[in-house]
Each structure stands twice: as C-alpha cells, then as structure tokens.
Design a protein around this ligand. Structure first.
Ligand code: CLR
Length: 426
C-alpha cells in the first residue's frame, strides 16, 4: 500500500505528474503593478457600514473603492506563500518536529492579512484560478463551485505534499467588529523522507475587522487551531490571542506539540505577523535526530529556534498587498494560451482596479456579473456540468469530514489545450 512506499518513489511519481503544468510559467514573476500608489478615496468605513449592522458579507453592497484587486480565490492562494515550511516538514525525521513546521505553515497564512482592510472581488460561479511556481515546485488550483453560499474548492500539489480544502465562510457585521468564520477543514498529505504518507488537518481561525467605529480599522485573527497528524495521533494546538486593549497582546500566538500520551514535546510561541519559535521540552533532546544522524538543532540545547519568519512588507505596494500577491494577476503572453477563459486573470474589473481605474472597475464589475447571470441560464438550459476542476463532494475515510475531491480534470484539459491551442469544456 501507499503507506509503506519509500518517499523517493512517492515524490518522483508526483513530480512527474505535475511537471507538465509548469508550461506557461517561463517568465520571471511580476515585481510591481503599472500603478505606483493607489489613490483610493478616503471614506469612513463606519459611515458606510453603520446601516448594515446584522448583515453578512454576501448581503453588503459596498462601493468598489472598498475593494482590493484580488479575488477570494486569490486570497486562498495566499496560503501558498510559505510552502517551504511544508518541504522542510517533510524532510524532518521526527514526526513531532514535522508537526512544528506544519503548524508554522498553518499560522503563516495570517501574516499577509495585516493592513488589508479591503474587500476581495467575489468570484463568479465557475471562476477558476491557477497558480504555478516551477521554482517552488508546486501547482495550485481553485474553483468557485457554489455561488449561494459562496464556496471555493482548492487543491495544491508538490512532490512532498498535497494541500487541499474548502474555502467557505460565515460572516457577520456586529457594528463593533466585522467577523469572518471559516467553515471548511484543510487537509495536508505529507510524504515524509521516512516513507509513506501522513494526513494532517486543521481549521482556520476567525478573522475580524476591529476599530471600525474609532476610525482605525485593523484586521485581527483569533481563536484556537488544532493541527492533527491523523497518522501518528499527535496534536498541536495553537492559540491566537485576540488583540484586546494592550498593544503587547497583538499578534500573539502560542501553543504546543503533544505526543500521543499527551506530553508536551515542543512549545511554540511568537507573533503571526512576524516570527514563530519552537522550543523542545527538556528531556526529549535525544529523540529528535536529523535524517543524517546529526542532532536536528544545536546539541544539548532546549533553546528556542526560529521556525518561520514573515517576508518583508515593502511599504510602497498599492493596496498594502504583499510582493507575493503582486505576482497573482500577471498575464504574460506565454501563459495566456494555457489559461481557460474562466481564470481570474481575465476579469476586466479586477484589472481596472489594479490599474487604479476605479470607475471603470465599477462598471466592468456590473457587466461581468450581468453576463454571468445570462451565461448561467444558458448553461442550465444546455444541462452542461459546470465544474472544470472535476470536484465532487466526498468524505474523508480517516477523519470523517467532508471535502472536495478532484479527479484532476483541470490539469488534464490544460495539457490538451496546448495541442488544440485553445480551451474546451470551459
Ligand atoms: C480568511 C481565510 C479563509 C478565506 C477567507 C475568506 C474571506 C476573507 C478572509 C479569508 C480574510 C478577511 C477578509 C475576508 C473577506 C473580507 C475580509 C478579506 C482570506 C476583509 C478584511 C473585510 C474588509 C471589510 C470591508 C467592509 C471593507 O480561508
């Protein structure tokens, strides 16, 4: 069975599967937008929101100047910024140490939320977004599989891991804060150097816009995350502290990795906007060995080591985006023929937003949404299946939780699109 196979076999197999999807990504990644700075009109958030207390996000219509030039599909793609942590995790010989890196990955997803009090564009039903990084060895795909309620199904693959899950949120505006509760479970299949495959899951914590009334809106993330290795039974808990009144509690995250007997192996601490450290519980030093047989960290120390550090945030990027996000909407000529018309990169409204043409963005947004309604009616009439990614709802046999399983349809059609020089089935 797959459980026992040596890691090289499993990793090689995946590597050869995803290789052909790297086509189209030969150009260097994008470094900046056309526009130098966003001159968004400064409007009071409270002034606009006060009439919407009690509503959820799907029932709030906001001027396009509250948007940022990303889509919700791309906000999920932001999870891919620190996948090097997963590569590192897979190469650690000790399972509790792997869990430290996986947990750091789960927490790293929040670093990019700082300074981003803006609404991403709502994906249309059937909208897709692919993001491939040959330099990092992964391919990522996400598709909007439901409109009411909005649901995105995501699937990422690399030689050492698969990461997949459902992006769906519940949201509510309480007046004081605007809270977003993610619903789906995220799954990670890791192929450790020691062989076989491991399954990890976790759920995302609450994101919240606070300081709306006082006029200094900020994004906070809080709650407890439980990252579980279902293969070994080991658990990591991470506690994201709510910002509160004291500046010192902002961004704080702390937690521990426990072995199956409930003993704490590692303590984890730091700030999710900056750095995360881990410290081995004294007495466990001998059991954590690097694959080479050398001690994984400085010998004899129960000193904290740096697990993760956030990438710098250059201050001059429009909309307070990260350099990683700036690469998302780039559309080089070599990539064009590989993309289906449903890809977010073709949305004229988002493109206009990125170029700072806000009025155009607003009219294009209406046009796109209108066209989408017409297209949906037409498609329903023809009874065509919508799902390009070949997603279907399944239940994981190990955790018992629901998830969107893909049959790999998207990447298969993409490969054939090359031969036919156009997309079919979109
Ligand atoms: C959180 C992680 C989930 C996917 C997801 C969905 C909705 C996103 C949320 C994440 C982050 C916060 C978010 C939210 C939609 C709106 C909200 C971007 C990425 C912003 C901060 C709200 C802005 C407030 C407006 C009134 C301007 O997997």
């Amino acid at each position: 069975s797959e459980d026992q196979k040596p890691s090289e076999d499993l990793r090689e197999k995946k590597k050869s599967e995803i290789q052909s999807s790297f086509k189209g990504y030969e150009d260097p990644i994008r470094k900046r937008f056309k526009m130098e700075a966003d001159n968004r009109p400064k409007i009071s958030l409270w002034g606009i929101l006060k009439s919407m207390i009690g509503r959820d996000m799907t029932k709030m219509t906001l001027p396009v100047s509250f948007n940022e030039p990303t889509s919700l599909l791309q906000r999920v793609t932001e999870d891919m910024e620190y996948t090097d942590l997963l590569d590192t995790a897979a190469d650690r010989a000790d399972s509790t140490e792997r869990l430290v890196y996986v947990a750091a990955f789960a927490a790293s997803e929040y670093a990019s939320t700082i300074g981003r009090v803006a609404k991403p564009f709502n994906p249309l039903l059937g909208e897709t977004y692919e993001y491939v990084r040959p330099d990092k060895g992964y391919r990522f795909f996400i598709e909007q599989v439901s409109h009411h309620p909005p649901v995105g199904a995501a699937w990422a693959e690399a030689p050492k891991w698969d990461y997949y899950g459902e992006s769906a949120v519940k949201s509510k505006f309480y007046g004081k804060s605007f809270d977003i509760y993610p619903l789906g479970t995220w799954f990670l299949k890791l192929r450790p150097s020691t062989g076989g495959e491991e399954l990890y899951t976790w759920k995302k914590v609450t994101s919240s816009v606070i300081g709306i009334i006082t006029g200094s809106p900020t994004v906070d993330n809080y709650g407890t995350m439980e990252i579980k290795n279902h293969t070994t039974g080991e658990i990591c808990t991470l506690d994201f502290k709510p910002r509160g009144w004291k500046a010192s509690s902002a961004y704080q995250v702390s937690g521990k990795v426990m072995s199956t007997d409930g003993k704490t192996r590692w303590s984890i601490g730091g700030r999710w906007n900056d750095k995360i450290y881990a410290r081995l519980t004294p007495g466990f030093e001998d059991s954590v060995l690097a694959p080479s047989g050398k001690q994984a960290h400085e010998p004899g120390s129960s000193q904290a080591f740096l697990v993760w550090e956030a990438h710098p945030r250059p201050p001059n990027i429009p909309f307070n985006l990260t350099p990683f996000v700036v690469t998302f909407q780039s559309l080089p000529n070599r990539l064009r023929p590989y993309l289906p018309p449903t890809d977010t990169r073709f949305r004229p409204d988002q493109r206009a937003m990125e170029d700072g043409e806000y009025d155009l963005a607003a009219t294009e947004k209406n046009r796109v949404e209108e066209r989408q309604r017409a297209k949906r009616r037409e498609r329903e009439a023809r009874g065509r299946s919508l799902c390009l990614g070949g997603f279907s709802k399944s239940r994981d046999p190990v955790t018992g939780e629901e998830f969107w399983q893909t049959n790999g349809r998207y990447w298969r059609i993409r490969e054939e699109a090359e031969k036919r020089e156009r997309w079919e089935g979109a």
